[in-house]
Design a protein around this ligand. Structure first.
Ligand code: NAD
Ligand code: DAU
Length: 334
């Protein structure tokens, strides 16, 4: 099998490429990535001799058409992925997440190539803290941020291309990922690298927002299950029953550094901040026999802390600019 992996120099995509190359040596991998501020070619260094890397934009119709013409399947990770950035400047999210997906869909349609679309639970909006319901495949779309609205738009394009043009697609909507190679703008790496730098973690609002954490390797094993055994036209929700509020996560990170549980600062809240995400992944588990391997968040988090301690060369060049962007976006202590 020859796979085109878009966004393979990003967090989830690079982890996907690492495990694919290790566990499936028969799969030929081509990565297409434009190396935005979020892409890092160093994330692919461990596998560079085993893949083809193409530096380019998913919205480049001619380039995408040429690459898709010679593969068996596309796994589409590439996106503008950070909510705070989408609030500061939505345009790149429309261009990459909507126009870029359009470009890939036209190519897989023309060449009749299998397509898997990586999406997010944020397309469903948010839940009250005490709501007994979780998101499922039948939950209505209700995105809150420019980021999640563009991801919802891209999902809708996939559904339309599948119904109208017979594209052989599947979609997965996953909850919050953690693990190695995640950009320091995101919640967990930001707090870990702050603590390495002697800076107190920063919690938005009251720290009560809940996210449903899953290790990135569990996300990617689910993607492979869907790619190999998923029903064409089906959406699958991916989650590992990992609901935790942000304050609890910060307290666990502080514990890993031997610090007091209240050694953090509250800062200004995110505009439109979704309160809670929660995934019901029963369909994926019952239909495809998938289950997560990283049951224990605390130990997965501990390994992630160790990874950032051991790989300062990877994240250090991006840290100062990331913190400056938060200052420029108006983040202040409460
Ligand atoms: P990321 O920001 O770490 O990586 C995105 C990658 O896409 C980068 O390498 C970047 O250079 C590349 N890219 C961006 N625009 C591009 C373009 N126009 N052309 C080619 N490449 C481009 O993102 P991530 O966290 O790894 O997320 C990957 C996918 O998973 C996204 O589609 C995201 O919506 C989805 N997702 C993420 C999470 C999460 O918790 N991070 C959860 C569910 C779904
Ligand atoms: O749910 C899946 C989504 O998870 C993905 O689609 C997105 O691509 C990914 O970025 C992530 O979105 P979130 O907005 O949930 O992730 P983020 O890491 O930005 O924030 C996680 C939570 O932590 C959120 O409630 C905001 C809060 N937060 C974030 C930062 C950066 C803080 O309290 N302090 C911070 O410094």
């Amino acid at each position: 099998m020859h796979l085109l992996v878009t966004g393979g120099a990003g967090f989830i995509g690079s982890n996907f490429v690492h495990t694919t190359v290790t566990e499936r040596p028969d799969v030929v991998v081509t990565v297409l990535d434009s190396l935005t501020y979020a892409g890092n070619s160093a994330s692919l260094d461990p596998v560079l001799d085993k893949i083809d890397f193409v530096h380019g934009d998913i919205a480049d119709l001619d380039l995408v058409d040429e690459l898709v013409s010679s593969v068996d399947a596309v796994v589409h990770f590439a996106a503008e992925s950070h909510n705070d950035n989408s609030i500061a400047d939505p345009w790149p999210f429309l261009q990459t997440n909507i126009v870029g997906t359009y470009s890939l869909l036209q190519a897989v349609r023309r060449h009749d190539v299998r397509y898997h679309h990586i999406s997010t639970d944020e397309v469903y909006g948010d839940l009250e803290l005490d709501d007994p319901q979780r998101f499922s495949e039948s939950t209505a779309y209700n995105p809150s941020s420019p980021y999640s609205a563009t991801k919802a738009s891209s999902d809708m394009l996939v559904r339309a291309w599948t119904r109208s043009f017979g594209v052989r697609s599947t979609i997965s909507n996953c909850s919050n990922n953690y693990g190695p190679y995640q950009h320091v703008e995101k919640f967990i790496p930001r707090q870990i690298t702050n603590l390495i730098d002697g800076v107190r973690p920063r919690l938005y609002g009251a720290g009560k927002n809940v996210r449903d954490w899953i290790h990135v390797d569990d996300h990617n094993s689910a993607v492979w299950a869907i790619l190999e055994r998923g029903e064409i036209g089906q959406t699958y929700l991916i989650g590992a029953d990992g609901e935790l509020d942000n304050r609890s996560v910060v307290e666990m990170i502080l514990e890993a550094f031997g610090r007091e549980p209240d050694d953090f600062d509250f800062v200004s809240d995110r505009a439109g901040h979704d309160l809670r995400y929660a995934i019901d992944s029963s369909l994926l588990r019952s239909e495809l026999g998938w289950s997560p391997k990283f049951g224990d968040f605390r130990s997965g988090l501990g390994s992630t802390v160790e990874w950032y301690r051991a790989n300062e060369d990877w994240w250090r060049p991006r840290k100062a600019a990331t913190e400056q962007a938060y200052v420029d976006q108006g983040e202040v202590e409460q």
